[in-house]
Design a protein. Structure first.
Ligand code: HEM
Length: 254
């Protein structure tokens, strides 16, 4: 008799190799499933149980999950783009041309990265609006709202720093205008501009700074804050599913 895929998966999860890595075998009961979630470094960020209603599409429109999806695509395509890109003035623009005319699927890779970046900016604003509209920013979730604001800023900074990397006219003048706007900040403006560009001009130093910010510092900060954001949902009693009705729900909201 043909064995189902579930049986194969159960056998795999019951094997010695699997248990040596994940410790627990297939979930036998709700309590055991809770243990499986709690003892996994990635899964323990999430709640072990959720109210059924919060899984409805109408509650979140899955906008947070879609924003996270766009971020994952950006990380994967970004790492692949790093294999073809040199952050130096003589090479940056020609690397872009090589992606277009020499590297196989280079245009696809670059456009996937670009469109996912646009999508992430749109999705993060839509997610913020949806959270606000259903009042999920109220206590006890106010700290997660603040973490969300940090994530919004990181998303915008990621977009801005990525803009300079093609080193074309659009990039050069956009960053010239952007850094001049930053220099209009009272008292500290010129220091901020100097810190951003690594000097007074948009040149090789600025390109290197934007590259390090775009490919290392900001993505790592985003990963850290996304992890806190997810963990915090669990600590705040799961996603907000509207005003609590039962005594147990009122207790959990407190
Ligand atoms: C990189 C950006 C972000 C990612 C990947 C992200 C991801 C998520 C996910 C997956 C959820 C759970 C499901 C959902 O509500 O769709 C969530 C919930 C939440 N997010 Fe975000 N988020 C981001 C930015 C933001 C921003 C900008 C805000 C607001 C300023 C925010 C505030 C919240 C709050 C308060 C919740 C809890 C909602 C509840 O308990 O029902 N997030 N986020």
């Amino acid at each position: 008799m043909a064995r189902s895929l579930t049986t194969y998966l159960d056998d795999l999860r019951d094997s010695r190799v699997w248990r040596s890595i994940f410790r627990s075998g297939p979930g036998q009961s709700n309590l055991h499933r809770a243990l499986v979630v709690q003892s996994n470094v990635f899964l323990h960020l999430f709640s072990v149980k959720a109210r059924k209603r919060v899984l409805d599409f109408s509650v979140t429109w899955y906008l947070g999950a879609l924003t996270f999806g766009a971020f994952l695509i950006l990380v994967i395509t970004g790492v692949l783009l790093m294999l073809y890109y040199h952050p130096s003035v003589p090479l940056a623009y020609s690397d872009m041309k090589d992606l277009e005319f020499v590297v196989s699927s280079g245009v696809f890779l670059r456009n996937l990265h670009r469109w996912s970046a646009h999508a992430m900016v749109l999705l993060v604003f839509a997610h913020l609006a949806k959270v606000f509209y259903r009042g999920a920013y109220r206590p006890p979730r106010e700290f997660n709202w603040v973490i969300g604001v940090v994530l919004l800023l990181l998303t915008l900074f990621l977009s801005y720093t990525g803009y300079l990397l093609p080193w074309d006219q659009l990039a050069f003048w956009a960053v010239t205008v952007g850094s001049n706007i930053a220099s209009a900040v009272p008292l500290l403006g010129h220091h901020i501009r100097f810190l951003m560009l690594g000097g007074n001009l948009v040149n090789a130093n600025a390109l290197l700074r934007f590259y390090v910010l775009h490919c290392m510092i900001l993505p790592l900060a985003a990963i850290l804050f996304i992890a806190i954001h997810f963990w915090r949902i669990r600590k705040d009693g799961g996603l907000y599913a509207g005003a609590p009705t039962t005594t147990a729900e009122k207790e959990a909201e407190r």
